[in-house]
Design a protein around this ligand. Structure first.
Ligand code: SF4
Length: 385
């Protein structure tokens, strides 16, 4: 498949996301597309991806290899994949790989660094063994902390950890203790996600039959509010709903999504957004490899978005950032006046205390989420769509 995008002069280079759909074992809460690691299939899949990457036809500003568990790949496969991806990287591109603590060792870390990876995102999720078990994670707290320390020691100075809050029966004090531990680690970025019970996952089923007791919304909101206050006090600026970073270490790849800029997705279930069209790849790795091998497209759906739809989507994602939406920026990017396009939604959201206006000399210059808005960010985004 060729995306065939030629870069226009002055146009922002797109981002590249590569999905690695293999995990050592499926976690209880996860509904991302991934299957158990199979060496033969992984090898065929990496070959297919490298072939597809050769047809991208442009340089990308950021590369993000996620999953799944990219570091579950054997070292030779990982090397082949990284080399294939690096060929599309623009100069100074951000190059992130997601990793899980159990599949990171000194050898793989050296390999990542040698192949140009300059940002590592580790799926720590928790520093509490009982909580990790409830989530169905296969590592323990010590392994998670060791993976972070080793990554830093080997030379990763742009290091993210993912943390989950609101696990079944989780106490507020246990969560705040985890954040206190996180800020002492040599990390530059922390992503905090609330646990969601996605339909079909083992945790969802366990909740349905009363096997797990979810934390109530109030406790979950208290945990999130605490993170919003605590992490900035410790040097991690809150720059997006779930993301906190030291100055200069914001994730460029995700900022690209939140500006609704173009991105290329490769791999089963991955999505591309190029030239105003959204395209989805089929969600099955075996079929994916088969199609690439026989020269067929792996795209299963494609929609071209109308201009007002694109503008509304831009509003819905950009509002997630702490800086919010600058009205001039929005006009320049989409051609629409935000206050006209979203008149009803803005009135409703502002009346509910979910967004606030920035005014310069009495004139509206931008909008952003209030603290309450951060707590109900999904409501705000859907209102803007
Ligand atoms: S390691 Fe990540 S992608 Fe894999 S099952 Fe667990 S949460 Fe999902």
């Amino acid at each position: 498949m060729k995306h065939g995008i030629m870069q226009e002069k002055n146009k922002m280079a797109p981002s590249l996301y590569i999905h690695i759909p293999f995990c050592v074992k499926k976690c209880g809460y996860c509904d991302f597309y991934s299957i158990n690691y199979d060496a033969g299939l992984a090898s065929a899949y990496v070959d297919a991806l490298v072939g597809q990457m050769g047809g991208i036809g442009c340089r990308v500003s950021t590369i993000f290899i996620g999953g799944g568990t990219p570091t579950a790949l054997s070292a030779p496969l990982l090397k082949k994949l990284l080399r294939g991806a690096a060929r599309s990287a623009a100069r100074n591109a951000e190059f992130t790989v997601e990793a899980n603590p159990e599949s990171l060792d000194a050898g793989k870390l050296s390999l990542l660094l040698d192949e140009g990876v300059n940002r590592l995102s580790i799926g720590v999720q928790s520093f509490n063994d009982a909580k990790l078990k409830k989530l169905g994670r296969i590592h323990n707290a010590k392994k998670a902390a060791d993976a972070v320390m080793l990554s830093n020691k080997k030379g990763f100075d742009d290091l993210n950890i993912d943390l989950i809050f609101g696990a079944p029966e989780e106490e507020f004090d246990d969560y705040s203790a985890e954040l206190a531990r996180a800020v002492k680690l040599p990390v530059t970025h922390i992503s905090c996600y609330g646990l969601t019970y996605e339909k079909g996952t083992p945790l969802y089923k366990a909740r349905k039959r009363g096997g797990v007791i979810p934390v109530d919304e109030e406790r979950s909101a208290r945990m999130y509010s605490f993170a919003i206050d605590y992490l900035p006090e410790h040097g991690f600026r809150h720059y997006e709903v779930s993301n906190f970073a030291e100055k200069g270490f914001e994730c460029r790849h995700n900022l690209n999504y939140w500006r609704n800029d173009e991105y290329i997705g490769l791999g089963p279930s991955a999505v591309s957004y190029i030239g105003g069209a959204r395209k989805r790849h089929l969600p099955d790795v075996v079929e994916y490899v088969k199609r690439v091998r026989s020269g067929k497209s792996t795209i299963v759906s494609s929609e071209r978005l109308a201009e007002d739809r694109k503008a509304k989507e831009t509003a819905a994602v950009k509002i997630r950032t702490s800086e919010g939406i600058d009205l001039d920026w929005f006009k320049k990017k989409t051609g629409f006046d935000l206050e006209e396009l979203e008149a009803d939604a803005l009135q409703k959201l502002s009346g509910a205390g979910l967004i606030k206006y920035e005014r310069i000399k009495g004139k509206a210059a931008g909008i952003s989420l209030t603290k309450k808005g951060f707590l109900f960010c999904d409501t705000v985004s859907s209102e803007l769509l």
